[in-house]
Design a protein around this ligand. Sequence first.
Ligand code: PYC
Length: 332
Amino acid sequence: MIKGTFSCIDAHTCGNPVRLVTSGHPLLRGETMGEKRLHFIDEFDWIRQSLMFEPRGHDMMSGAFLYPPCSANADAAILFIETSGCLPMCGHGTIGTITAALEAGLLTAKTPGRLVIDVPAGQLNVEYQQTGNKVDWVKIYNIASYLAYKDIVIDIPELGSLTIDIAYGGNFYAIVEPQKNYPGLDKWSPDKILKFSPLIREIASQSVDCKHLLDEKVSGLSHVLWTGEPQHAGSHAANAVFYGDKAIDRSPCGTGTSARMAQLHAKGLLKQGDTFVHESIIGSQFVGRIESITEISGVTAIMPSIQGWARVTGHNQIIVDDADPYAFGFQL
Ligand code: PYC
């Protein structure tokens, strides 16, 4: 029996995939995208698994559904899906979703060049530039981002001791900077990122409790961000973000860049108004900026923006037929 048919626009943001699902949306309960996300996770996770996992997706697959806005001032709402679950916020996912939706005529801004988008982590102001039908770039004004823990020492089997910081930029990130047992990204292979990141996430999670300062339902250390020297003109720093079980972000990672700017701000290395060009493992770049400074629950936080671009790669109609033994996907 056919369980679902989903029309999708496939795109990538600076190299990382975004599958925008344009039909087959489940009806979700809740007043906010946070509540709708929980309903989706409870009842409709099979859709995410079918569309993200092999054989219809792959380790890096990431996507989104566009929903009507939850707030009176918003133009639309986004629910993020990816191999690891439903992220509260995804920067590359937002840039890809806005680009694909505008180009397909699925989204119309009340004020051209500006959008307000509800996401599970809160609300985003967005700016974009469109030339003809093509969206040149999208800039997201992300939610408040902050350094949650600093100088956590963990012992990683076969690697040794590492000192890491943990910052929030829409998701919680363990940030690993060059040090005795980590020479930096240019001297570190993707295999090592895939081998050590799950251990860092697991061991760091035993030492600290990552809960959002205002909403304890937003919790858990989910991502590991490895830093390094930039390799490309114009970049201030390089990074590789590990997520899910086996994914390394091909984009510079929007929530990761926000978390990294919050960490650098807390350490006095970036200030309000500074621009921070962050490059990914494939050399693609996001332009980050510290727009303003705020405080949440007595903790200094930054209000970051992230600018990047996306390109549509194809249109796809995906069928989920439960007669297929791999209808709901698999992961190795
Ligand atoms: O861009 O925020 C991001 C992101 C999260 C996971 C992969 N990309």
